[in-house]
Design a binder for this molecule. Structure first.
Ligand code: B12
Length: 487
């Protein structure tokens, strides 16, 4: 038996389809004996793993690992399994294995690391474990040689997504993952492409995919969503693609195919690409149920965007903010604070940029990011490679310091003074109080009004320091929010 394991990555109430292991399950379905264990759903996944390992002859434990909290739960589970069942090989795949491959292999409880797209690599690894081929020729695989030294096979070219079967949703309790969100009562997640063709030098996807992207055909996306709707009553979808829209003809076909389903959905896109679309395409996207689009705006300074290799102009983002209003789609702009070159000036520029966006489109939502370096194939944003020594083991990644770094909330980067970091956090609090997100479906309308009124003077005067009253108000409102179960 093969065990596919998604260690806990988020709170139970935020659980979603475990897409990474479902993608692997798709190629095992009908040809291998396998089981999926999802730590986001299972209250005691280690005990579940133990009982599976006791009852079956397990050939391989395949674990998906993202940097952040999931690394902590992956490490804990793999250590326990390795201690009790030392002969079962363990393979890690996903963003941790792809971006921190050597660190993964340095662990005594990891035998193999799979970089990038994983379906074929997993199948070939199984062949090798069964003695039918050697590890050396498996593209995208990293392993340890007989001396324990890391070996990295050449990259595996990505395959089109339609080359793989659909996810076997029936192998998970799919209906237990469908949750109320601002989009609908039963929200599913789907990813209709893998990778990204751009080279932004702050992003974890570039090393993972080598700036390549493979896109599912619109016909298949439609068919899958239709299946989810018919079988499980899905009425809303979050698309996890790094770029849900690329070419206009593709976007148009997708929109026209999704429209009859009547779903409400959220996706990610680029402002420059969408600015090239016609009004008719915007209308088609809206008609198809698109409620919100996340854009990596990153910065209001073209010089900074250039340093980030973002290949985008701030003017495009501003123009998009104004234009998209007409179509009733909410833009969500992610802005990166903490430029290593001149963080203080960058912070002031980002504040001004956010204010400009809000003037153009008060409905837009702002996501404040702190620049947190990720290993790159080329130079990192800001050329900071000498200033960051990444952990060399997964255990080190589980420490508090590196968890704060991985979750990007408090990366404690050497160039960002605590005072500047505090100012950024305070700004975020003022903006999120002045315009509480529509995504918070538990926020009562009285709480919304209270936050808006309380924060108005601060935003108007640009005074962000010491927002004690907003912190207290948010905390008090949090306590009075309805329970998740009651939604
Ligand atoms: C869904 C998601 C989440 C979910 C987690 C879902 C879960 N696992 O239960 C949630 C919302 C909880 C989440 C949280 C975070 N996320 Co996240 N998340 C994503 C997202 C949008 C999609 C991942 C996904 O499921 N894709 C679909 C599947 C099919 O693709 P896949 O995972 O890449 O799997 C393929 C391969 O990787 C490989 N593979 C994967 N696992 C395995 C295992 C084995 C054994 C093998 C052989 C192969 C293999 O094969 C699969 C099929 O080809 C990605 C961005 C993206 N579009 O990829 C970001 C992303 C992975 N997240 C990221 C980050 C930074 C975070 C956070 C740290 C953010 C934060 N500030 O808190 C947190 C913390 C994570 C944690 N809790 O541990 C970054 C990682 C960057 C990096 N440094 O490497 C990404 C790339 C976003 C980004 N552009 O920055 N995230």
């Amino acid at each position: 038996m093969i065990v596919l394991f998604n260690p806990k990555a988020t709170r139970f109430r935020n659980r979603r389809f475990p897409l990474s292991v479902l993608a692997l399950a798709a190629v095992l379905e009908g040809r291998e004996n396998y089981v999926i264990v999802d730590g986001n759903l299972d209250p005691d996944p280690i005990q579940t793993l133990f009982s599976i390992f006791r009852q079956h002859a397990v050939e391989l434990l395949a674990v998906t690992v993202m940097p952040g909290p999931q690394t902590v739960t992956a490490v804990a589970a793999c250590k326990e399994i390795r201690a009790r069942f030392p002969n079962v090989p363990i393979v890690w795949g996903g963003y941790f294995a792809s971006n921190y491959t050597n660190a993964a292999l340095n662990a005594w409880y990891v035998d193999f690391a799979v970089r990038g797209q994983g379906e074929d690599t997993l199948l070939e690894l199984l062949e090798a474990i069964r003695g039918r081929r050697s590890l050396a020729g498996i593209g995208g695989l990293s392993y340890k040689d007989s001396e324990g030294r890391p070996c990295h096979n050449p990259e595996r070219p990505m395959k089109p997504l339609d080359a793989f079967p659909w996810y076997p949703y029936h192998r998970i309790p799919a209906e237990r993952y469908l949750l109320p969100t601002f989009l609908g009562r039963r929200t599913a997640v789907h990813q209709a492409s893998l990778g990204c063709p751009f080279r932004c030098n702050f992003c974890g996807v570039v090393t993972f995919s080598g700036s390549r992207e493979k896109v599912e055909s619109p016909a298949r996306t439609e068919a899958i969503l239709r299946h989810l709707q018919r079988t499980y009553g899905v009425d809303a979808v979050q698309f996890y693609d790094n770029n849900f829209f690329l070419r206009e003809d593709h976007a148009r076909e997708l929109a026209d195919r999704l429209a009859p389903l009547g779903l409400r959905w959220w996706c990610e896109a680029r402002t420059d690409i969408m600015m090239r679309y016609s009004d008719a395409t915007f209308e088609a996207i809206r008609r198809a149920g698109c409620a919100m689009i996340f854009f990596g705006a990153e910065s209001g300074s073209n010089e900074t965007l250039k340093q980030m290799n973002k290949d985008l102009r701030a003017e495009d983002t501003l123009a998009l903010a104004a234009r998209i209003r007409r179509f009733g789609i909410i833009p969500e702009f992610s802005v990166i604070f903490g430029n290593p070159k001149d963080p203080e000036r960058d912070t002031r520029e980002c504040f001004a940029f956010v204010r400009q966006l809000k003037r153009l489109n008060p409905d837009c939502e702002i996501v404040v990011q702190h620049y947190t370096p990720v290993p790159q194939r080329d130079r990192m944003y800001g050329g900071v490679e000498d200033q960051i020594q990444f952990p060399t083991t997964p255990d080190e990644w589980t420490t508090e310091r590196w968890q704060r770094f991985a979750t990007q909330k408090d990366p404690a980067t050497p160039w960002l003074k605590p005072r500047t970091k505090r100012l950024i956090d305070n700004f975020e609090l003022v903006v999120s109080s002045r315009w509480p997100t529509v995504q918070d479906i538990r926020l009562p309308s009285w709480g919304r009004t209270a936050l808006k009124v309380l924060s108005r003077w601060r935003y108007q005067l640009g005074i962000y320091s010491w927002p004690v009253e907003l912190k207290l108000a948010q905390r008090a409102i949090d306590l009075r929010k309805p329970k998740w179960e009651s939604l």
